[in-house]
Design a protein around this ligand. Structure first.
Ligand code: PMP
Length: 375
């Protein structure tokens, strides 16, 4: 099988699985228990916290709140950091866990949405203009778009926000960036970020919200007071420690992994170009080499996906999270036509993929697209 749908989820790595199993069998204790098992478990928990904090260059007194994934982390950020009556700025390109949460915020919170440019980034001129007209208390802009791989200049966006309102809280969904491109909270200047383990070959159902020291965070889940009372519930220690192990590994090998997936993405583009093949890439520089979104005129992306599937090649159309809807908010915002949206497939890679796989997939896409176009 060739799996090119890694932006939706990845296969757990052997390191992640071994760690998960080891903790499940040998340190299954409750981190809150007072006996020696609990003490050992809580040491693992704090090791995982420090390890992930180091990966993002957080300060020792910043907060990391473990939770069920980035959907929850984004929800926690918006519900927990936005104050009553605040004015919020986000983008039309956000993942549904930010976009739909922003829509669901209390009626006294006004939310504006900055548009995207044709390359998939937040339109910086519009962003500045919106700041000139309004004073925002909270901004949420993602780092790497999950559908196109387009990279936002989060550092610059954050600088602009802080220069207009130093008290503004800046949150960034870093799910498709973490472990792939450098995410350093101090360099970016952000106040909070969300990350998810299953996008970097970690287990599913575990993520984290980073919150800068000193910010007032209102918990959304009450209970036994775990995670310093910010997110109650018995900690999923096997998943948390496995998350930290794979995060450490991804961050240590970031450069070589980056080159591997870049070669894969470039190979596909090279083959397309060499065969006089009509296609359009959605999202462009700067973009992540981990994602390649293409639109193929005269073809339904879903039909192509199922043709490829018969050869054991798994790809995506748009994002798995929004595949239920026939429209595509992100591609529409970039100015794609209905036909381009219909003809969209998303290929997304992980370092375990190979250039040989890229060659097979590119040639199959050309073959099937030509066939479908000829019907
Ligand atoms: N944000 C982005 C950019 C994503 O790609 C995803 C996963 N599709 C999420 C948030 C949600 O993450 P999780 O699956 O861990 O809830």
């Amino acid at each position: 099988m060739i799996y090119f749908d890694n932006a939706s989820t990845t296969k757990i790595s052997q390191l992640g699985l071994d760690t998960y199993q080891d903790i499940s069998l040998n340190c299954f204790f409750n981190c809150s228990s007072l006996h020696k098992g609990g003490v050992k478990a809580s040491k693992h928990l704090e090791w995982a916290r420090t390890t992930i904090l180091n990966c993002i260059n957080g300060a020792f007194n910043d907060t990391l709140i473990f939770c069920s994934g980035a959907t929850e982390a984004n929800n926690m950020a918006l519900w927990g950091l936005i104050k009553k009556g605040a004015r919020v700025l986000t983008s039309v390109g956000e993942h549904p866990s930010v976009y739909n949460t922003a829509k669901a915020l209390n009626a006294d919170i006004e939310v504006d949405y900055v548009p995207l440019n044709e390359f998939g980034q937040v339109d910086i001129e519009c962003y500045k203009e919106m700041w000139n007209k309004n004073n925002y208390d909270f901004v949420s802009i993602m780092y790497v778009n999950n559908e196109t791989g387009a990279i936002n200049d989060v550092g610059q966006l954050c600088d602009i926000a802080k220069s207009k309102n130093s008290a503004c809280i800046f949150h960034s969904d870093c799910v498709q960036a973490f472990g792939k491109i450098d995410v350093q909270v101090d360099n970016l200047g952000v106040d909070s970020i969300s990350i998810s383990a299953h996008k970097i070959n970690g287990p599913k159902g575990i993520g984290v919200l980073y919150v800068k020291n000193g910010l007032r965070f209102k918990p959304n889940i009450y209970g036994g007071g775990q995670e310093k009372g910010l997110r109650s519930g018995t900690e999923n220690l096997p998943a948390i420690v496995a998350f930290a192990k794979v995060a450490e590994d991804k961050c240590a090998n970031m450069k070589s992994n980056y080159q591997k997936v870049k070669d894969i993405k470039n190979k596909i583009i090279e083959i397309f170009d060499a065969s006089n093949f009509e296609y359009k890439i959605n999202g462009s520089n700067p973009y992540s080499p981990y994602i390649l979104s293409v639109s193929l005129k005269g073809v339904k992306g879903e039909v192509l996906l199922h043709k490829l599937e018969m050869d054991d090649i798994l790809v995506g159309t748009g994002s798995a999270c929004s595949s239920k809807s026939s429209d595509n908010r992100i591609l529409s915002a970039m100015g794609d036509t209905k036909e381009q949206i219909m003809g969209n497939i998303r290929l997304s890679f992980c370092p375990e993929n190979t250039v040989d796989e890229a060659t097979v997939v590119a040639n199959k896409i050309i073959e099937y697209t030509n066939y479908l176009r000829s019907l």
